[in-house]
Ligand binder design. Structure first.
Ligand SMILES: *Cc1c(COP(=O)(O)O)cnc(C)c1O
Length: 442
């Protein structure tokens, strides 16, 4: 068979001349399409597929884009899944990003024709939404915001921080390490569970760069605990840098324990730092909001240039701020009844095609460094556990979670508009047991 197969295999160039593959070559580039064809031919040579199917298989194996990043339907029930790129962008943000992807006026005033402040309209949008901030700066992510603040305001000096707020943010990255690598010294105060205002007061002195207040966004300490709020810290005569993490600009009634930039600035924070791709629902970026003199010092520091964001980030962030509510907001506020209806509808459709599926109640979480311990009532489509693997490999990929021997597709983080795509992906990926309706040729 391998010998026959080799003889009957068309040369790669002949396969590439198929109109669909030729069109894909224009779209994806010849290198990429050729690699797909060569891969399929290799499988034909090994006798894994009939030589006559090479072209069809190659067409089917073409990636949707020239990037290796593939779309994933987030059915994990984790609204902000760091491994899935945290917040999905709104349609408005995607459009803005696309519009800015060519050459754009990111640093140019088209009326006067002279250079302007980079991303000026984004800063304006931020300040409109957080009037308590005198100034704002956008950097690459939340960690970059902290690094810039530590470098510009505390290099060679002390950052006073509670031992209860020495946080690991994920994947082995720890805030204390991040701060120390800037050349600032950490002045730890209090204990893991209890820190008092007097602890801070006795540590503050001429060597203090700032007091750092960190919202413990991915864990909770309960029991015999005590911590000091921004309002009290702001009375100690040194700047207070407050890391809220989640990026809420104003209080979110659904998450009463989650801090927001407006409240912490009003309480007296000199500078608030946050991520753009958590509860704010925008692109990956870091926000710095607060006192004009401090923001100016950060913006003028040489490191600011290394941490600056690109036009795509500015475009997506501004559209998130000015445009319709982003998907994270919708996911947070959809009521369980609506999710349950969708789950019932999807499960019934899949049952009609012979799949063992049913709607179940479920619990979703915020994830991604926001609102630890908060669960959101949700609903899911329950499938046999063996569906999880093929679903993950489907196109679009579907990421559920396996719980009590079932594969649950939690709908809270799935936009309603994606339901048909979700159903289609399940039907393609999950095998129907023999004797079920599909197998009887219906
Ligand atoms: C998420 C988070 C960070 C890190 O932000 P990135 O945008 O991931 O760099 C820092 N501090 C807190 C409190 C966080 O929640």
């Amino acid at each position: 068979m391998p010998d026959d197969a080799r003889r009957s295999l068309s040369p790669t160039d002949a396969v590439l001349s198929d109109p669909r593959l030729a069109a894909a070559t224009d779209r994806l580039g010849r290198k990429l399409v050729k690699a797909v064809v060569v891969g399929v031919q290799k499988r034909a040579r090994a006798g894994e597929i009939p030589p006559s199917e090479v072209t069809e298989r190659a067409v089917a194996a073409l990636p949707a884009t020239a990037s290796g990043l593939r779309p994933v339907i987030n059915a994990t029930g984790v609204l902000l899944h760091t491994n899935l790129g945290r917040a999905p962008l709104s349609a408005a943000a995607c459009e803005a990003l696309l519009a800015a992807s060519g050459t754009t006026d990111v640093e140019l005033n088209l009326v006067t024709g002279v250079r302007s402040r980079r991303g000026g309209s984004v800063i304006e949008a931020l300040l409109q939404q957080v009037p308590d901030a005198e100034a704002a700066q956008v950097v690459n992510n939340g960690a970059a915001a902290l690094v810039l603040a530590a470098t510009a305001l505390a290099k060679g000096r002390d950052i006073v921080v509670s031992r209860g707020e020495m946080v690991e943010i994920g994947d082995g990255f720890r805030l204390p390490d991040l701060l120390v690598c800037t050349g600032a010294r950490l002045r730890e105060v209090g204990t893991t569970n209890r820190t008092a205002l007097a602890d801070y007061a006795s540590a503050v002195g001429p060597e203090t760069g700032f007091i750092l207040k960190v919202h413990p966004s991915n864990f909770r300490i309960t029991g015999f605990t005590r911590d000091v709020g921004v309002a009290d810290l702001s009375g100690l005569g040194v700047p207070v840098v407050a890391d809220i993490g989640s990026g809420l600009l104003a209080p979110e009634p659904a998450l009463p324990d989650e801090p927001d930039a407006t409240s912490w600035l009003r309480a007296g924070a000199s500078l608030v730092t946050a991520s753009g791709d958590k509860l704010l629902g925008g692109p990956q970026c870091g926000l710095l909001l607060g006192r004009a003199d401090l923001v100016r010092r950060l913006a003028r520091h040489p490191l600011a240039r290394a941490l600056r964001v690109d036009k795509l980030t500015f475009a997506a962030l501004e559209a998130t701020l000015r445009g319709p509510a982003p998907p994270v907001h919708t996911a947070l506020h959809t009521d369980r009844g609506r999710l349950r209806e969708r789950a019932e509808r999807l499960a019934a459709e899949l049952r009609r095609h012979g799949l063992d599926s049913r709607a179940v109640d479920s619990e979703a979480v915020i994830g991604g460094g926001g609102a630890p311990g908060v669960t959101l009532p949700s609903a899911a489509v329950s499938l046999p556990a063996h569906c999880a693997d093929p679903l993950r490999r489907a196109a679009p990929a579907v990421m559920g979670r396996v719980e009590s021997g079932r594969c649950l597709l939690d709908l809270r983080a799935v936009p309603e508009a994606a339901d048909p795509a979700l159903a289609a992906a399940v039907r393609r990926a999950c095998p129907v047991p023999p004797g079920r309706p599909d197998q009887r040729g219906r």
